[in-house]
Design a protein around this ligand. Structure first.
Ligand code: ADP
Ligand code: MG
Length: 293
């Protein structure tokens, strides 16, 4: 590519808050026919709030206090939501020891001598404690029907409650998905979240092609599969867990609100965390590459 066109394109992109980290990505962008989008933090605001607790361990705050002790050590957006809620409730959060995180599944730590585990149904099932009571089941059904995500808590290996989180879809995501689809690009959602939350975000944004409950390596394999079918694939993500998928894609786009690891992995960074940036980048790349030829 002619360097001068590239410099001009980089400038145009930069003015829209789009950082081009790999010059080759500009040409590959013009060839993209498929885009895979992460949900949390990419299609959604990425700042979920805690909307409810179903506690099998006394008052909701009694459970929240223990969960917050664990989540204080975690990086996930749900962790920030839990800590903010505990602070708002004026709870004194105890120290946690031996914290461990399981990518795409959950977290655990020891708090006041008890082993506290927090994570999705898969995590709880794998560890043999996922046995929601009818009361928790009603809570889960209500929350999931509203498009929220529920995570489960075990204390010393015993099912002890559930927490629900809401994370609204960004308005710019709806606009971006529509713009990409009208360019003839196939848009997929690939998320670690469960199908009900994924489906709800799909309905709001107009994405019908959805893979839910995906582990980070499954996102990578999905992109590899699309590429083997001959597609040129863009991937947009924000999380630590999205970094391998961003690296695998022909064009990996990191959302500016994301973690350090995701920012490092992408070929393009959207400083303003709006998906419309990817459509703008696409238009600019086409103009630039046509000029070069
Ligand atoms: P996404 O693709 O939506 O960004 P992740 O792969 O980060 O999802 O996480 C998948 C699921 O794992 C979450 O929806 C949640 O149920 C569970 N999870 C991950 N980290 C945590 C945590 N720190 N606390 C509670 N649940 C977690
Ligand atoms: Mg994410």
């Amino acid at each position: 590519a002619a360097p001068i066109s590239l410099v001009l394109a980089s400038g145009k992109l930069a003015r829209r808050g789009i950082v081009l980290k790999d010059a080759g990505a500009l040409e590959r962008l013009t060839q993209i026919d498929t885009i895979v989008l992460d949900k949390t933090g990419t299609l959604t605001e990425g700042h979920p709030s805690l909307t409810g607790i179903s506690s099998g361990y006394g008052s909701p705050n009694r459970l929240l206090r223990l969960v917050a002790a664990v989540e204080e050590h975690a990086q996930h957006p749900f962790a920030s939501a839990v800590c903010a809620a505990a602070k708002r409730a004026g709870l004194v959060v105890p120290e946690a020891k031996a914290f461990q995180t399981y990518l795409g599944k959950g977290v655990e730590a020891t708090v006041e001598g008890m082993r506290i585990e927090v994570g999705n149904a898969r995590f709880g099932s794998e560890r043999g404690w996922w046995q929601p009571t009818p009361e928790v089941n009603r809570f889960v059904t209500n929350k999931e029907m509203a498009g929220e995500t529920v995570v489960y808590v075990a204390i010393n290996g015993e099912f002890s409650g559930a927490l629900a989180f809401a994370d609204p879809v960004k308005r710019s995501s709806v606009e971006a998905v529509q713009a990409l689809q009208s360019e003839g690009i196939a848009v997929w959602m690939a998320t670690g979240d469960h199908w009900a939350a994924a489906n709800s975000a799909g309905l709001k944004t107009g994405i019908g092609s959805i893979h839910a409950s995906m582990l980070p390596e499954q996102k990578v394999n999905f992109i590899k599969k699309l590429q083997q079918e001959g597609h040129i694939v863009g991937m947009v993500g924000d999380g630590f867990n999205d970094a391998p998928a961003l690296a695998m894609a022909d064009v990996g786009v990191a959302m500016g609100n994301g973690t350090e690891a995701a920012l490092d992995a992408g070929h393009l960074t959207l400083i303003r965390p709006r998906l419309t940036g990817i459509h703008e980048a696409l238009i600019i790349s086409r103009l630039t590459v046509t000029n070069i030829r």
